[in-house]
Design a protein around this ligand. Structure first.
Ligand code: ZN
Ligand code: MN
Length: 440
């Protein structure tokens, strides 16, 4: 068996959480909303209706580009991408072709690997198809509430060579857009949608002549499985001398395998051209700087700062930053704890390991609780001795093991004593009392 290196690239769609749609004033909310209620002549593509661009959606896209470290275009425009499908009433999608809002950039994953970002552009979402059965007839229904919601598309270079890095990268992107407040990036709701292309290279550098596109995958877990199954399938095929072809494959959740959906002979010809209804976009250095200055602290920066400034472990910092509101809770609690004996480490531990922040909605409440805990007096010597005697007379098996030389069983006995003392025993005193009682 020859070994091949996976070459993987990603295409990510992120639906924005703006109040209104991309090119009209309709509400952009479409979950748990009666079908086809948030529509107007523009997003239904009625004749004569004109689009106008949503400034917040444009700014959000630039925010994302800046956060990643992409070049931001000074001149950009919208283009029409033509294809016919029931979820696309105009028969073209307003997207961006040769002048995307954000140009190339790079992102460094926590592992240190650098991933090339080819582009980030802005487009409109399509309507949502629903396949149902009405009076025994199979029907396809279209809900135009989603049609025209602002959608960000990011394309990476084929820089991934293992499934783990893909997973790490995607989770970082999800966290990033949540920090920026531009999307819920909820996979189950389709606010974040993933596509990957994968091929196997003999030397790990040369791009193979084919690539397989994996589409319609709705969770990180399934994408990992789909990629792993493709790596196996392609390696086997190549080792058997099979020539692999350009195709689109889906993922079957039951078998855990991919299946062929469509074989592409030619690249699609979408007949892109600039949308004549929308004026081009221009940005000055100052416009871009203003957006840059208003970016929140990004998760990876926050993570590093927490380790550096508070002396908490990288693991704790990593867990705390996975939710921006939780990270803020931690820092407010830290402020409330200043001048007390409650340290950053104790606070972080109480949140990460004991999830006490769920119990105390106010950070000051948690600090008060932790402070009082440090003030608790220990059990007296007499109380410890009584508990030790009780344990020795009830845990006969452990006692005899200890006496036959199994020293480590003392840990178990300490636990039993603490149980009786409701955790108020001072560990060193409990151990010395136990040893005394066991050897006498
Ligand atoms: Zn509309
Ligand atoms: Mn797209």
């Amino acid at each position: 068996m020859k070994n091949y290196t996976p070459i993987i690239g990603l295409e990510i769609h992120i639906e924005q959480n703006t109040e209104t749609k991309m090119f009209c004033n309709c509400s952009a909310h479409h979950f748990a909303v009666a079908p086809n209620t948030n529509t107007c002549p523009t997003c239904l593509a009625l004749p004569g209706a004109l689009p106008f661009a949503n400034g917040i959606a444009i700014e959000n896209t630039i925010k994302f580009g800046l956060a990643i470290g992409c070049e931001i275009a000074k001149f950009s425009k919208f283009d029409r991408k033509h294809y016919v499908y029931p979820d696309l009433p105009k028969s073209y999608q307003i997207s961006q072709y040769d002048l995307p809002l954000c140009g190339p950039g790079t992102w460094t994953i926590e592992s240190g690997q650098v991933v090339g970002i080819r582009r980030i552009h802005l487009e409109e979402d399509t309507a949502k198809m629903q396949h149902a059965e009405i009076h025994g007839n199979k029907v396809s229904l279209v809900d135009f509430n989603r049609g025209g919601v602002p959608l960000i598309e990011m394309v990476t270079e084929p820089d991934f060579h293992d499934v783990e890095s893909v997973d790490l990268f995607l989770k970082e992107m999800q966290l990033l857009v949540r920090y920026l407040g531009i999307s819920t990036a909820d996979m189950e709701k389709g606010s974040m949608r993933l596509e990957a292309n994968i091929s196997m290279s003999e030397d790990g550098v040369t791009l193979p002549s084919y690539k397989v596109e994996l589409k319609n995958i709705n969770s990180f877990r399934f994408l990992k499985k789909a990629l792993a199954s493709e790596i196996e399938r392609q390696t086997e095929a190549l080792n058997m001398g099979v020539t692999l072809i350009q195709e689109t494959r889906g993922f079957d959740e039951k078998s855990g395998k991919t299946y062929s959906q469509r074989i592409k002979e030619d690249a699609h010809d979408y007949r892109y051209f600039p949308d004549p209804d929308l004026p081009p976009l221009t940005f000055t250095e100052k416009d871009i700087d203003t957006i840059r200055q208003n970016l929140p602290e990004l998760p990876h920066i926050k993570r590093a700062r927490m380790v550096r400034d508070y002396g908490i472990s990288l693991d704790f910092a990593r867990t705390l930053i996975t939710d921006r509101s939780r990270a803020e809770y931690f820092e407010r609690a830290l402020e409330a704890a200043s001048g007390t004996s409650v340290t950053a480490k104790v606070l972080a531990d109480s949140m990460v390991n004991q999830k006490l922040d769920e119990k105390y909605p106010e950070p000051s409440g948690l600090v008060k609780y932790l402070y009082e805990l440090t003030q608790v007096s220990y059990a007296s010597e007499a109380e410890v001795d009584v508990a030790v005697q009780e344990v020795i007379s009830s845990e006969l098996d452990a006692v005899s093991k200890f006496k036959s030389g199994k020293e480590e069983i003392i840990g178990f006995l300490v636990g039993q004593v603490q149980k009786r003392l409701r955790g108020k025993g001072e560990v060193s005193k409990v151990i010395s009392s136990l040893r005394k009682a066991l050897t006498s």
